[in-house]
Design a protein around this ligand. Structure first.
Ligand SMILES: [Zn+2]
Length: 101
């Protein structure tokens, strides 16, 4: 990969982090429309630049309907035998993670 692409990727990654922070801010304000717009943007960048989103980010994004998963609001979180099960209340899909202390 040449340096130009590397640089573009780094910038894209910085943008993703910024967008995620902004999305969290909008979640606090309850601005769902704007939150979803940020999420779409994040996913677009990650696809375009082939950037893998970290687990902490993925846990908040429904892989099916792309809605932002807010525990107790748009998602249901349960701990089950060392696993975290997150259910999206919008489309009903599940996510499972191994729970480590
Ligand atoms: Zn969903």
């Amino acid at each position: 990969m040449d340096w130009r692409k590397k640089k573009a990727r780094r910038i894209a990654w910085e943008r993703i982090q910024l967008l995620f922070t902004l999305a969290l801010e909008e979640v606090k304000k309850g601005n769902v429309v704007r939150v979803n717009r940020y999420i779409e943007h994040i996913l677009k960048l990650s696809r375009k630049y082939n950037i893998r989103l970290p687990r902490e980010m993925k846990m908040y994004i429904c892989k099916k309907c792309h809605s932002f998963l807010i525990p107790g609001k748009t998602s249901q979180v349960r701990l089950k035998k060392g696993k975290i099960v997150i259910k999206c209340l919008k489309c009903g899909s599940y996510k499972r993670y191994i729970y480590k202390k």
